[in-house]
Write a protein that binds this ligand. Sequence first.
Ligand SMILES: Cc1cc2nc3c(=O)[nH]c(=O)nc-3n(C[C@H](O)[C@H](O)[C@H](O)COP(=O)(O)OP(=O)(O)OC[C@H]3O[C@@H](n4cnc5c(N)ncnc54)[C@H](O)[C@@H]3O)c2cc1C
Ligand SMILES: NC(=O)c1ccc[n+]([C@@H]2O[C@H](COP(=O)([O-])OP(=O)(O)OC[C@H]3O[C@@H](n4cnc5c(N)ncnc54)[C@H](OP(=O)(O)O)[C@@H]3O)[C@@H](O)[C@H]2O)c1
Length: 486
Amino acid sequence: MSLLNSSQNSPRKCRVAVIGAGASGIATAKCLLEDGHEPTVFERSDQVGGVWVFNNSQGRAFSTVHFQHSKYVSVFSDYPMSLESSEFPHHTEVLQYLNEYVDHFEIRKHIKFNTTVEKVVRTNNGWDVTISYTGGQSTFNFDAIAICSGIYNEARYPDFPGQEKFKGMIIHAKDYKEPSIFGGKNVVILGNGPSGVDIAVTASYGANKAIWSYRKNRWLLPRYCERKPFDFIVTRLNKHIPFRHQILSLVHIKKFYPILLDHKACGVKPNVGPEKSGPVFNEDALNRIRLGAIKTKPNIAHFEENRVVFEDGSSEAVDIVVYATGYQVKVPFMDEYLGEDHQKNLNLYKMVFPPELPNCGFIGFVYGNVIFPTSELQARWFSKVISGELQLPSKAVMEEQIKEHRKHQEEGWLDSAYRSLRVSAFDYMDDIAKEINALPKIWENWAILKDIFAGPMLSTQYRINGPNKWEGAVSWIKKVPQLVKK
Ligand SMILES: Cc1cc2nc3c(=O)[nH]c(=O)nc-3n(C[C@H](O)[C@H](O)[C@H](O)COP(=O)(O)OP(=O)(O)OC[C@H]3O[C@@H](n4cnc5c(N)ncnc54)[C@H](O)[C@@H]3O)c2cc1C
Ligand SMILES: NC(=O)c1ccc[n+]([C@@H]2O[C@H](COP(=O)([O-])OP(=O)(O)OC[C@H]3O[C@@H](n4cnc5c(N)ncnc54)[C@H](OP(=O)(O)O)[C@@H]3O)[C@@H](O)[C@H]2O)c1
């Protein structure tokens, strides 16, 4: 799929509709500008930040949310978070960072706020994008579209027998903001993704009873390990050794063993390793279970008027049920192209390009990674493909890759709603970086070889070499370990 025609030597500059101004949309706009494209970002709300906004309808943050991974590995490659911010920033700091990024790279003037994309339609020369805004609707043609509308738009509600006759309150995590609602109540929290873990812990401080129900155990890891962010254990060196998960466990046995024992003592040890189930980072959950402040239960079986009955036959009198059951991927303005079940059928070459739809990229449709740098790499690749500097393989090759990736997902992770959006975090980032020739070149970087191989997987590594390098990359990579030792 080349956009360069044979008489054209310079990269093509495209007018690009970027749909959404969350982390993925602003990173995409920045990368497109860097390559000389003309992005127009459509954002249906009145501000940037997407899920990190606290108090509006697309915001998903609640009062206790902090980054799962440290700020060093979680953010964009050429714009570190301020030294003053916490190592695991609170959602307010994350939102501030995103706004600072937008201002630093002068992206705001390219964003049309309070503008909803209603429909996109393929045309002979690109895409027609229909938008609505207060008092009107218009359609504009673009050369290319970047779908950055996020994967947390539509809450997933389970439907248990008897739910309709339950007299208590049922809310979804998307509507949960702060824990005062739990004061003195008996609360069931369903689900053990990061939302369920966090809400169960918080409820355990104010509720009369905090009952945590979920389908399968997951590893609960602390954000810090021996005073360093846990994610500093995941290095490029580990990535290259055979049997890496086994060897990692042995090398770090002193760190992992107590955690394993804690899971056993609480009766919540998963029967697969963290790499297969996806860990959740929370430092309090195991303690709260051990103290009896959180009672764990299997999945809900059914509801009665004032009680919840669990799959083991036990039941509890309950006032509030929180469904921390995640979200369904929906891209309503593209329904006609994507089939019915987007969650399962979103077939994207390397999680970005739909083989059937030229000049269209999905940015940020990945679950469980450090999303900001992942989206940024996807955007850099997207930008080079639409300019014609890079070409995608044939449709058949792309479809084969998608099939192989599905197989890799099935073998690599336990079945869950999000499995089809899983990638092996840093392998995937390296793979996309390779597409744009932005992998760090060992022979040019002897001075920071140790940091590249044995340091944390900072996305700044992808700005040392390749297109759109960042002058500050090497010094930042050298600096991070000093900051953490402090
Ligand atoms: C509570 C919570 C905590 C998280 N914690 C972490 C974490 O610790 N680390 C991590 O890496 N990731 C985390 N994530 C994942 C998070 O989703 C990503 O970090 C990232 O913010 C996603 O950005 P996005 O731009 O892809 O999507 P979103 O943030 O969802 O942004 C999408 C934007 O598109 C807009 N939009 C949607 N549809 C339209 C339309 N039709 N027209 C116009 N605009 C539209 C929305 O209004 C929104 O602003 C968390 C997610 C949640 C929900
Ligand atoms: N930074 C933070 O600390 C933080 C806090 C909150 C959220 N987040 C992020 O927000 C995103 C969403 O997280 P999330 O926790 O809301 O959702 P999630 O990760 O998708 O977890 C959903 C949970 O609900 C369970 N579930 C789904 N359907 C169910 C059903 N029908 N019956 C019973 N259980 C069901 C799932 O179980 P199975 O696993 O068995 O499918 C899983 O435990 C993720 O990216 C996450 O990282 C981050």
